[in-house]
Design a protein around this ligand. Structure first.
Ligand code: ZN
Length: 385
């Protein structure tokens, strides 16, 4: 195949910006690999031109079968009984939304209907590579019915996890309940204790699978870090001590700001009163503070939106998540690293970092987000293919 020459004014390689003053940069791509990058290539002939190039985005936490744009709670509930074809249609639309935003790798975070597995198979090497956990695991009568199977208390979890690992890319654990916004806390004990969670993690690791745990509130966070899960999802009510333990154990954090932010931004939809709105603001402020602290301490921060949750629209919400990181105080490069190279490294996924010899998994924006962050909201296009 003939080489494709892509000229970029500037690019982000997955960890650092290569600025315009040293550009433009000529990326020569052959057989879907970057064979060379030449600086100050303004005189070079090229086939394709872009203002700004970066690795494809990674969405680390999304529920493909759910339409985050559906705000009517009755319709959302009724949808859980919709025929499979309808759910597949919604999921395909969500893939399209992610692709338009620049997502090329997406980790689904669980669904009871197997839509995530179906879409993973359907996508194959398509525009968005899907990692699927299939169903997560939870305790009977506890939170997570739409995305997880029940494991009875007292039963041996290892065989269940071993069976899951034959199909699942990652093992999803529903460790806690959700936040009770009116009370401003997470209610109920963790669904699995430390010993049980250790057994789940050990079984997953023995089969080459990583674990990610839905977890908010200090009780659950303590169990999650003690048992050594690979990633804490949501992680509301974080503390500096938990962050220290996460640094030590290399536990990732996907703080999913978007769903709580939406509840705060549109309180009338759920009918939240002034007290609850105050709780939401306090929770968001504490979250932002700990995201900034996590960055300073060196926690493996990863961007994931929880798309599919009310008001959390696939694709657009991942971009919101980048802005939540930046608003919390992360430099743009750190926010983009959390959305590109870091999750790929943590998941042992093929690298998409831009360098000679690397696979070309590239997207372009009309301007540099380092100068005009808002350009991220305008959509990305795939380049170099
Ligand atoms: Zn989720």
């Amino acid at each position: 195949m003939a080489a494709l020459r892509l000229l970029a004014d500037s690019y982000f390689d997955g960890s650092a910006l290569h600025p315009e003053r040293e550009g433009p940069y000529l990326l020569t791509i052959e057989d879907a690999r970057i064979v060379s990058i030449d600086r100050q290539a303004s005189q070079a002939p090229f086939d394709e031109r872009a203002a700004f190039v970066m690795p494809g985005l990674v969405e680390a936490h999304a529920h493909l079968f759910l339409d985050g744009g559906e705000l009517d709670f009755d319709k959302r509930n009724a949808y859980l009984n919709a025929p499979k074809d309808e759910m597949l249609r919604v999921a395909r639309e969500n893939i399209g939304r992610n692709a338009a935003a620049g997502v090329t790798l997406l980790r689904d975070a669980g669904d009871r209907y197997g839509i995530n597995d179906a879409i993973r198979a359907e996508q194959g090497g398509g525009s968005v590579v899907v990692r699927s956990p299939g169903l997560g695991i939870k305790r009977p009568k506890r939170y997570g019915g739409f995305m997880a199977r029940d494991i009875e208390a007292g039963g041996d979890v290892a065989p269940v996890v071993a069976q899951m690992a034959t199909q699942a890319d990652d093992i999803k654990i529903i460790l806690t309940g959700i936040i009770d916004f009116a009370a401003g806390e997470v209610k109920g004990a963790p669904q699995f204790n430390e010993e049980e969670l250790r057994a789940i993690v050990a079984t997953a690791h023995a089969r080459g699978r990583k674990t990610f745990a839905h977890c908010s509130g200090l009780d659950g966070l303590k169990v999650a870090v003690a048992a050594g899960v690979d990633s804490i999802e949501h992680g509301f009510f974080m503390t500096p001590d938990i962050l220290d333990a996460m640094v030590e154990k290399r536990i990732a954090w996907v703080p999913t700001v978007s769903p709580v932010h939406f509840q705060w931004a549109r309180p009338e939809l759920a009918g939240w009163d002034g007290n609850t709105i105050g709780n939401l603001r306090r929770i968001l402020d504490g979250h932002a503070e700990h995201i900034a602290l996590a960055y300073r301490k060196g926690v493996e921060l990863v961007a994931g939106s929880d798309a599919g949750s009310p008001g959390v629209v696939h694709g657009a919400a991942l971009i919101d998540e980048i802005f939540h990181f930046v608003d919390a105080g992360l430099p743009m490069a750190a926010a983009l690293e959390a959305t590109t190279s870091r999750p790929r490294r943590l998941w042992n996924a093929p690298t998409a970092s831009i360098g000679a010899g690397a696979a070309a998994d590239l997207i372009a924006f009309g301007r540099s987000p380092f100068e005009t962050p808002e350009v991220l909201r305008e959509g990305a296009r795939r380049v170099g293919i």
